[in-house]
Design a protein around this ligand. Structure first.
Ligand SMILES: NC(=O)c1ccc[n+]([C@@H]2O[C@H](COP(=O)([O-])OP(=O)(O)OC[C@H]3O[C@@H](n4cnc5c(N)ncnc54)[C@H](OP(=O)(O)O)[C@@H]3O)[C@@H](O)[C@H]2O)c1
Length: 65
């Protein structure tokens, strides 16, 4: 079953790795990040391995709730 999954901290480390894995399996992935430049780079990287190309992004700094 295809799911829509929001991943916080998806611009680096374990979050980005998870985003690539889930997108490559065909899920719709929403990447969260706080740095616009890093978020755009992560978006391109995840889209490149995505099965269906359903990848979007959401910008927010969680230290300023
Ligand atoms: N239990 C375990 O075995 C295990 C193993 C691995 C990791 N972890 C935990 O998993 C978490 C991620 O680890 P990681 O190695 O992937 O870290 P990382 O490479 O530093 O990535 C952290 C992510 O969180 C984002 N982030 C940090 N502060 C933020 C804020 N104030 N608002 C929004 N986003 C913020 C970073 O964004 P920027 O790119 O903008 O900095 C980045 O995307 C850590 O808490 C780590 O301790 C646990």
């Amino acid at each position: 079953m295809v799911k829509t999954i929001l991943i916080t901290g998806a611009t680096d480390g374990i979050g980005k790795h998870l985003a690539k894995k889930l997108a490559s399996e065909g899920h719709q992935v929403i990447l969260h990040g706080r740095n616009p430049h890093k978020l755009e780079l992560a978006l391109q990287e995840v889209r490149a391995v995505s099965l269906r190309g359903r990848v979007s992004s959401y910008l927010a700094d969680f230290s300023k709730l």
